[in-house]
Write a protein of this length. Structure first.
Length: 148
């Protein structure tokens, strides 16, 4: 099992307040140390990732949890931008969305998403999915180092 000694930074890109709260609460009750940053749309996520106002001191995320159906700039556009940017492309991007449409799944993987998860409707299943994401990405996987 991989043990991370540093604080792990998660960027959650989610416009649903209820889903964001549930994800935040689930991750905050975890034994794994993490720092969660929430942005509500694709434009805000871009500002965070490029350290534009008001995110000039934003940390580089170790992982991005990305909803596809976002206002202003959708998750597909943001994913394409992340995976073609030299300094961001190595950040794992987990698609966490309500869409089970085969075209969305295929397009996300074509854009180099690291995995695609459909949000369960059932509350307990949703919590279990978030815990599984956290366990896999922070307890088992060796995450890439930050590139300069």
């Amino acid at each position: 099992m991989v043990t991370h000694a540093k604080l792990l930074t998660i960027l959650l890109v989610e416009d649903s307040r209820s889903d964001a709260v549930l994800i935040q609460e689930t991750l905050s009750s975890s034994k794994l140390v993490n720092e969660l940053h929430l942005v509500r749309d694709g434009v805000e996520a871009t500002h965070f990732l490029y350290k534009k106002e008001p995110y000039t001191k934003a940390p580089r995320p170790d992982i991005i949890l990305l909803d596809l159906n976002l206002p202003k700039k959708n998750g597909r556009e943001l994913l394409a931008e992340i995976k073609t940017h030299e300094n961001l492309m190595t950040i794992p991007v987990v698609i966490l969305t309500t869409s089970s449409d085969e075209a969305d799944v295929l397009r996300s993987y074509q854009l180099h998403a690291n995995c695609y998860i459909v949000k369960p409707v059932n509350l307990n299943q949703f919590i279990e999915v978030v815990r599984s994401i956290e366990h896999f990405w922070f307890a088992l996987v060796e995450l890439p180092p930050e590139q300069n």
